[in-house]
Design a protein around this ligand. Sequence first.
Ligand code: ASP
Length: 589
Amino acid sequence: MYRTNNCGELRLAHAGKEVTLAGWVQTVRKFGSITFADLRDRYGITQLYFNEELNLQLDANPIGREFVLQATGKVIERTSKNNKISTGDIEVEITSFKILNAANVPPFTIEENTDGGDELRMKYRYLDLRRPTLKRNLELRYKVNRSVRNYLDKLGFWDIETPFLIKSTPEGARDFVVPSRMNQGQFYALPQSPQTFKQLLMVSGYDRYYQVVKCFRDEDLRADRQPEFTQVDCEMAFVEQEDILNTFEGLFKHVFKDVKGVEITEAFPRMTFDDAMWHYGNDKPDIRFEMKIQNLKTPVNNTSLAVLESTGFKVFVDAETILAIAVPGASEYSRKQTDELTEWVKRPQIGMTGIINIKCNADGTFKSSVDKFFNEEQQKEIATKCGAQPGDLILILAGAETRTRKAMSELRLELGNRLGFRDHDVYKPLWVIDFPLFELDEEANRWVARHHPFTSPKPEHIELMNDLSRYAEIKANAYDIVLNGTEIGGGSIRIYQRDLQEKMFAALGMSKEEAQEKFGFLMGAFEYGAPPHGGIAFGFDRLCALLGGQESIRDFIAFPKNNSGRDVMLDAPSAIDDAQLKELSLKLG
Ligand code: ASP
């Protein structure tokens, strides 16, 4: 046995006990003829005390940061306690020690807050993982995993593995491909998700399936994306949308309670996609705070507030859309603060030309950046429409529909941040339902599946699939779960009949032959008794990050890739040698 105890467990009650610890040296502090060292392992930190005699041995065998040390001694009460660590009441007076392995000076400090930059930490990820921050994240990840599995197990879900070397599954990204040596000139695709397999498992009668599974998507990496990531992938047969929402709402409630001790008793709100876009400007609303978008003029259903155009103010007359939010308690913003907001919306990412503001003063008067055009009465009318209270600041954006709505959505979130409305410790999940079946890919100018092509349209909308001009109106039995402004999962009730699946592929512009070649296996299975089914998958990395109160998923993954999709520790991807290329019959262009 290398150790009798770990570095996080000794307390005053152990005083007098002889113990052996093993771990990494975090710090060494020499005071004249005695030395203190902090020994760290996964469980915590314990202070070691080397008296004068042992100090001589240390002089002969110096230890440094990150040395692996085994040390034996007696637990004693500390004279100056450290209430920052769980073992802070004691120290171990060392009687003997052994250096198990020496270590180079680490390239960054291995402490809560490190001086290491991102790339360096990634290169030496095994050192970074020694830091308490990362350790807490991985521990949380493990707990979430265990909690998810326990819940699903109780409900009779089976974890069934599906293959990684497959044929493409369309989830809207590029595939990673793997050349086949045994089938020269042919390639496997790595799964973007196990979608078609889980549907086949339903056809096979395994009506409650789940998997905590790696998915691979070759897409440009934004801050919160990884080329390989983990999904909790689930599917159920003989269910309707309501059954899925209830089952997985239960899962989330269980996990919040189990992992965070947060009890959510009320039902998760449900919001249609259309309402989310209308009131929040996006399909993943952050409902931790109100500040809903007010639609003062829009091409969507022609709501128009007459007063806006009555004075001939050109910005409003020309605008396709006019949107407003009432920011609570911000009427006292200084000129500098409102100017700064104007600059914020003018940034290229937001792309607006400016903001119009109306201050609703506490005494019931108004002051606006467009006083010239709108008198007190007119400003009051706008304020009433916006539901603004005395003390609020109304911010108005006007312009083209899509850009303005997106900008207002961003501005709302930004103000939510500035006003402290987006507290990490508050959990506000909701379901967004009734997504459109299709969306227009503006670049390619064609309709694509908004979710994926296996999603069923609402039965009453199937008719509309015969009329291209009405594609935008078709709604799907598809849903997303959104937490604090982040989409953490989504799914749908599936198509399970060959005819409808063929109709769907045709609607997406696929020829009969192409559909057969790519998805004949699935449509074939639908002809052998496919039950009605549906499911959901949620982003496991993201869920963990949110529960850990962080935006980025990277530090919740033991060995992540950087923003260019590289593993800088392994230096992958990398070239392969000619012999390997030849064996795969590949030629590089
Ligand atoms: N396969 C889908 C996805 O990865 C989830 C689902 O429809 O169950 O988004």
